[in-house]
Design a protein around this ligand. Structure first.
Ligand code: ADQ
Length: 467
């Protein structure tokens, strides 16, 4: 498979993964595939922190993975605290997920964020060849292209934001928001997950930056032209289905069916993050048991939510809240032979995931806000088309724009969510099949190969007035 670029592809993301490793998730697989089709460089943070006041630039690692070079740098403790924990995960992540209440807006992380982006730019400049095409990923690195341009870089540079872009008035809560959005104009192409995100971008740049709207998603401001379009990320459907047929998944499926032979399983699979709407999900499940007692002793919710970013307080809070909720629901409704919620605080191996999804009669994917949400797509890919389960999906996940045949819910509305879960549990086979057929067709058409190829093609064709 070729990526259609004339030059070498250079991918930059906060973390660099070895795409050959079996545990690699959606992004690592996609990026790995795009890179290996022409040979390329993947640059980012090693994941290591150096203590003792050292500077971030001092260490660089190189490694070959087939025809891909992985180049990483370590971060100093200060930089890790202000760039990663601070500005990325205590400012951008909450604000971009509409959680101003959880954002630490005046803690002064901004300089560290800028500094690390500058360090990345210096390091990367030294690696670049004249015909390279650069693809930068995610919220940690928004200003990277601007830093590269400041060093004289004239390459094509694309950016993909994996998380949502909020409406202008929410974005404007970030001190320095003008600078942040202005720095997007250093790119040739900005990719967002959904049309709603593109609309927010358009509204921000026209109202706050007086941008001129040009045809085909192009915008002119700050003396530059940028294209901003939606590229909803997908999964490798066929690979995921094959994973489902392999022994690890089959074993998982057999085990689940045996253990829960008398039950109807609802599954939730998430990183433990406040954006994923887990307390609301547990509350809706509690209401389901209260309002529709026929589900007692029958419906079991298996929630797999491994911890992430535990150094950020908001994540410790959500963990405590969930443990409390699961305990009280199990205490209130549980029986000696039936536990309503199985809440597991560890990750499940990727190779076993399709088996778990397939055992789920219903999947609860109910984030309060999510860029896309790949769990929804993985659940659909894992189903038996002749007897598929039902996807209950939050309207606030980017995926809802595409997956309109799922049962869409407002996760803040506990009553309506409980009613929708009940409807999912009772949905007749014919309706389940019809909905699944259409959903599977969509995730196959807009799969991960479509995603990276379309993005790179548009980047290759981006207008060049800027240079
Ligand atoms: P995430 O917020 O991490 O990603 P998501 O898309 O749901 O969210 O999951 C990414 C991957 O992690 C999936 O492949 C999933 O299987 C895996 N995963 C999640 N929970 C797991 C668990 N408990 N055990 C094992 N594996 C698990 C960000 C954005 C999303 C966007 C992606 C990709 O927040 O909105 O869809 O990037 O762009």
């Amino acid at each position: 498979m070729t990526n259609g670029l004339k030059g070498r592809l250079v991918v930059v993301s906060n973390r660099v993964g070895d795409p050959r490793q079996g545990s690699a998730g959606g992004l690592a697989v996609a990026v790995g595939e795009a890179l290996s089709s022409s040979g390329g460089l993947w640059f980012g943070w090693s994941g290591k922190i150096i203590e003792g006041g050292a500077k971030s630039e001092t260490k660089q690692h190189r490694q070959s993975a087939g025809n891909i070079t992985l180049a990483t740098i370590d971060l100093s403790r200060d930089d890790y605290d202000s760039y990663y924990l601070g500005f990325s995960n205590r400012v951008i992540w909450p604000v971009f997920h509409y959680r101003l209440d959880l954002a630490d807006l005046d803690a002064g992380f901004f300089e560290g964020y800028q500094r690390v982006n500058r360090v990345f730019a210096h390091r990367l400049m030294a690696e670049l060849r004249p015909d390279d095409v650069i693809w930068i990923h995610d919220y940690h690195l928004i200003p990277l292209a601007a830093e590269l341009r400041a060093l004289g870089c004239t390459h094509r540079i694309g950016f993909f934001l994996h998380i949502p872009l909020p409406p202008p008035l929410i974005l404007a809560a970030i001190p320095g928001h003008e600078w942040l959005i202005r720095s997007l104009f250093a790119y040739d192409l900005v990719g967002l997950q959904s049309h709603a995100d593109v609309a927010h971008f358009a509204r921000y740049v026209t109202t706050e930056a007086n941008a001129e709207v040009l045809p085909d998603d192009h915008y002119r401001a700050f003396g530059r032209i940028v294209r901003a379009s939606a590229y909803p990320i997908g999964i490798d459907v066929e690979q995921f289905r094959r994973l489902g047929e392999a022994e690890d998944s089959q074993k998982m499926l057999r085990m689940m069916r045996e253990q829960y032979a008398q039950r109807e399983l609802l599954v939730g699979v998430d990183r433990l993050d406040y954006s994923k709407g887990l307390p609301q999900r547990f509350k809706a499940f509690r209401l389901l048991l209260a309002r529709y007692p026929e589900n007692r002793r029958r419906a079991t919710l298996v929630e797999i939510a491994p911890p992430t970013r535990e150094d950020v307080e908001a994540y410790a809070d959500i963990r405590r809240e969930l443990e409390g909720l699961a305990g009280s629901i199990n205490g209130e409704f549980g029986e000696l032979d039936w536990m309503p919620i199985r809440y597991i605080h560890r990750a499940i191996a990727r190779k076993r995931l399709p088996g778990l999804y397939r055992a789920g009669r219903v999947a609860l994917v109910t984030p309060l806000r999510d860029g896309m949400n790949l769990v929804a797509k993985e659940y659909l890919a894992s189903q038996d088309p002749d007897n598929p389960g039902v996807l209950v999906l939050s309207r606030f996940a980017g995926a809802a724009e595409q997956l309109s045949e799922a049962l869409l819910v407002n996760p803040y509305d506990t009553v309506a969510t409980a009613e929708t879960i009940e409807r999912a549990l009772r949905m007749p086979l014919e309706e389940r099949r019809e909905r699944h057929r259409e959903l599977l067709r969509k995730i196959r058409t807009y799969d991960v190969h479509w995603w990276w190829k379309t993005f790179l093609q548009d980047l290759a064709n981006a207008r060049r007035e800027n240079h």
